[in-house]
Design a protein around this ligand. Sequence first.
Ligand SMILES: *Cc1c(COP(=O)(O)O)cnc(C)c1O
Length: 382
Amino acid sequence: MTNFIPYGRQWIDEGDIQAVIEVLRSDWLTTGPKVDEFEQAVANAVGSQYGVAVSSGTAALHTAMYAIDIKRGDEVIVPTMTFAATANAVVFQGGTPVFSDVEEKMLLIDISQIEKKITSRTKAIIAVDYAGQPCDYDELKKITDKHKLTLIADACHALGATYKGHKVGSLAELNIFSFHPVKHITTGEGGMVTTENPEYARRMKMFRNHCMNSDYRQREEKGNWFYEVVDLGYNYRITDFQCALGISQFKKLPRRIKRRQEIAAVYNEAFARNEFIIPLSVNPEITHAYHLYIVRLKLDNIKKSKQQIFTDLRNAGIGVNVHYIPVHLHSYYRKKFNASEGMFPVSEKAFYEILSLPIFPDMSDEDVQRVVSETTKAVGGA
Ligand SMILES: *Cc1c(COP(=O)(O)O)cnc(C)c1O
C-alpha cells in the first residue's frame, strides 16, 4: 500500500532528540530538575499556578480524583462521548461515574441535562474538550458554584486552545493533559494536571510517589533517610528524559496548533458543500486545538454503510478512525453500572455517524488533498 496516512502522529525533531540525550548523560533520570522545569513551563504558559506531571493522561485523571478525595459512594458526572479513561479514573478511587449525554452540534457535554443528575453524593463534573474544542466553562461554572461541586477539565484534546480569550489549563479547578504521541505534544507516555489550588498540588505530588511525605531528591538534599507512607498512593512518576522531550516539544506548540488549524480550514472548506458529510460545529468564542477532525456522515443519503466507507478509506491509505465508542456501551460499564443502549441517544447516534479524518502537524498539503479527494469519493461524491 502506498503512503498510509494515520489519523494522528508525533513530530520529533533533532532538537527534541538532543534534549533527551543530554538528560541521559546527567545525574537525574527521574524525579530530577527537568520534571519541575516542565511543570513550570506548562503551568506558566496556560496561566495556572501549579503543574503536576505524571506518567500518563490516565494517571493524571486518577491523581485529580485523589486530589478532591473521591471515595466509595461519591458520584462524578462524566460525558459518555469520551475515552474510557475519563470514567475509569472515577472508578479507580471507588467512585461512581454518572454518565451524561452530549449536544449534537459539537458533541460536548449537554449542559442543560447536568442539573437533573446532581444528587447529595455528586462531588464533581469532568468536562471533556472533545476534539480540541473547549466546553462552555462559564455555564459549567454556574452549575458547579451553585451546587458546590469541583469543576474538572479533561483537556487531553485541547492543549493550546482558548475559551473567551482564556487558555485551556486555567479554565477549571483541575485541568488534565496527556502527552501520548497522538496528542499535541508528546513525552512518549505522560500527563499533567494544572491547578491554582496549593493543597490539590501538594496532594497530587504525594499521590504520584506512593503518598510518601518526602521524595528521594528531598531526602538526598537534606541528608536524611526518613519518610512515611501517609496514604495509599501509586508510582505515577514521569522521568526526566521524558520531561526534557516535553519541554523541547512544548516550545513548538503554537506552530503545531496553527498547522492543525490550517488543515482543519482546508477540510471545512472542502466539505462545506458536500451533501454527505457534516463537519462538527465550532463555537465562535473559542479557538480550537484540533486534536481530532471529526465529520458526521449523513448515512440516510449515502448508498454505503459506515463500515464500507471506513474499509474503502483504509484501503485507499487513509487512516480514518472512530472517536469514540460511548463509554456506557463498553461491556465493563454495561455489566458493572447497568448501562445499556438507548440511555444516551445523542451520543449513540453520533457514534453511528462519526469518522475521524487524519490531522497532525507534519501532514503535507498533498496528504490533506488526498484525504479530501478519497473521502469525497468514498461517500459517493464527485
Ligand atoms: C488521551 C486521552 C486520555 C488518556 O491519556 P493517556 O495519556 O493515553 O493515558 C484521557 N482522556 C482523553 C479525552 C484522551 O483523549
